[in-house]
Design a protein around this ligand. Structure first.
Ligand code: SF4
Length: 139
């Protein structure tokens, strides 16, 4: 995203506007946000807003649904929820199977998750963290 002029001589940082737009779209969730409302919240005009929406559509960050508001056709903008937006995948990076040299033979011969020390260590640590988190939530 580049910097642009607001048309009144004031420079706008479009990467900041784009980040804020994505935040607002994500926050709207399944309800979506009417595009004119989005532009209003961002403080940008329809020309700049349309370009931003087009950019997000090309990146597959949003979808649009045609709606009628006050007798006028417009668009409802909805977020495209990616797995990384919904699930915290960081803990999954610790799963030893992702880095295991035996993954292709695991489960077929003597190597299996039940007897695997690496897998069971990870599972025990994950269970301990889960129990601690549960206890913290209760206190
Ligand atoms: S269970 Fe153990 S042996 Fe099997 S893939 Fe995972 S880490 Fe590798």
């Amino acid at each position: 995203m580049s910097k642009g002029s607001s048309g009144k001589g004031k420079k706008i940082d479009m990467s900041v506007i784009a980040a804020k737009a994505l935040e607002l779209i994500k926050a709207a969730g399944d309800k979506g946000i009417v595009q004119s409302e989005l532009w209003k919240k961002l403080g940008i005009d329809s020309k700049r807003g349309s370009r931003l929406v087009h950019h997000f559509l090309m990146e597959n960050r949003i979808t649009r649904r045609s709606i009628v508001v006050g007798g006028r056709k417009t668009f409802l903008i909805l977020p495209v929820m990616r797995v990384v937006d919904i699930v915290d995948i960081e803990p999954m990076a610790e799963i030893p199977c992702f880095y295991c040299v035996d993954i292709e033979v695991c489960g077929r011969y003597l190597i299996n998750p039940i007897d695997c020390l690496m897998f069971n260590d990870w599972l025990n640590r994950a269970a301990e963290r889960w129990v601690s988190a549960e206890q913290e939530e209760k206190t």
